[in-house]
Design a protein around this ligand. Structure first.
Ligand SMILES: Cc1cc2nc3c(=O)[nH]c(=O)nc-3n(C[C@H](O)[C@H](O)[C@H](O)COP(=O)(O)O)c2cc1C
Length: 339
């Protein structure tokens, strides 16, 4: 694979992450374990280990596996709103994991400082321009700027807008862009716009090495972009955490549940707290149901809109080769167009 243009454009990302290709495989709960970390690292990409809500000792063991199976750097993704977050933080602080990635809402200044004092490099997700600015003030070393096209928990602003609000203003830290990226051609264009690299999730679910249930992968193969929908939410009395997932029986039932709860609240049959609890409990265990049990009708089939851009399951080696060849070709095309 001949790489010339890409190496010029993504030098900052390569140096920052310490990998050959600054293409991040975003952490995915129940999916991004040490084996997926190895599969991505082996191809020269940057992998994330998902803490999800696993017990602290399990996270420590997974970090240890990542450290012994390869000497390539990787990130540990901590969800700040997970009940086990304090244990996860401790597990990372006690480990030799080089990079931590804060996700799910955003970290406190103290979380960032503790990690930096322990010698870790810190990345944080940013889903709005104000979160991006706040994270830079808190001292993070880089941002993952992620638009609402992405799979999993999302903000409300699209990648297209975030690029103009944040990336184009060249904040002081490297920016990795995620949400809606699945092709090499798009990787190239993100780099041209100033990204240090990109993050993808949905495309990597479609790798042979990803251990997600075959039913989920088959559903991804068939899915169209418009089927990857943000969770329905109708009433401010019933706050809903926005998640992008494929439409199925459960997404429909979730909409119906909210309408029924609104009716009951208006009639005084349930109070707001009871109703809210029902909403919060609805998706409990939903991602596991889809990813591990393969119940794609009732589980939470988290997927980005770029699910409509990918229609086959490929070995990780082939995915990286395709991304890089297509990105390099796009840059050659741009060069030719500019004469
Ligand atoms: C099935 C699934 C599970 C995910 N779980 C997590 C997670 O646990 N933590 C996290 O920070 N992001 C999570 N994400 C988001 C990805 O890490 C990544 O940022 C996102 O998929 C990028 O957008 P894309 O889907 O358009 O490629 C998840 C995404 C998917 C598709």
């Amino acid at each position: 694979m001949k790489i010339t243009c890409l190496d010029k454009l993504w030098q900052e990302g390569r140096d920052f992450l310490g990998v050959r290709f600054p293409i991040l495989c975003g952490a995915m709960t129940w999916i991004s374990d040490s084996s997926l970390v190895k599969a991505v690292s082996d191809q020269g990409g940057f992998a994330s280990l998902a803490a999800g809500n696993m017990p602290g000792e399990m996270l420590s063991a997974e970090i240890e596996k990542c450290l012994t199976q390869s000497d390539r750097p990787f990130g540990v993704n901590l969800v700040t709103i997970a009940p086990n977050f304090p244990e996860h933080k401790e597990a990372v602080l006690q480990s030799k994991a080089p990079i931590v990635i804060f996700a799910g809402n955003f970290p406190k200044r103290q979380d960032v400082e503790e990690m930096k004092e322990a010698g870790k490099r810190v990345l944080s997700f940013a889903s709005t321009d104000s979160i991006a600015a706040q994270m830079v003030r808190f001292g993070v070393d880089a941002l993952i700027l992620e638009g609402s096209e992405a799979g999993g928990h999302i903000g409300h602003v699209s990648t297209m807008i975030l690029l103009q609000q944040v990336l184009f203003h060249k904040p002081d830290v490297p920016i990795f862009v995620g949400g809606g990226i699945a092709t090499g051609r798009m990787v190239a264009n993100m780099l041209l716009m100033g990204a240090a690299g990109v993050q993808m999730g949905t495309r990597f679910v479609m790798s042979e090495e990803c251990h997600a249930h075959p039913n989920l992968k088959a559903r991804f193969v068939r899915a169209r972009a418009r089927e990857a929908m943000s969770t329905p939410a109708y009433d401010k009395r019933l706050p809903v955490v926005a998640v992008r997932a494929l439409k199925n029986k459960s997404t429909e039932a979730f909409g119906e549940l909210q309408l029924e709860l609104m009716r009951k609240m208006n009639a005084g049959e349930v109070n707001r707290i009871e109703a809210q609890l029902e909403v919060e409990n609805f998706w409990m265990g939903g991602l596991r149901k889809a990813v591990i049990d393969g119940d794609v009708d009732h589980g939470s089939c988290m997927a980005g809109q770029c699910v409509g851009l990918v229609d086959k399951i490929q070995p990780m080696r082939e995915i990286f080769a395709e991304l890089i060849t297509d990105a390099e070709a796009e840059l050659e095309r741009v060069k030719a167009r500019l004469g």
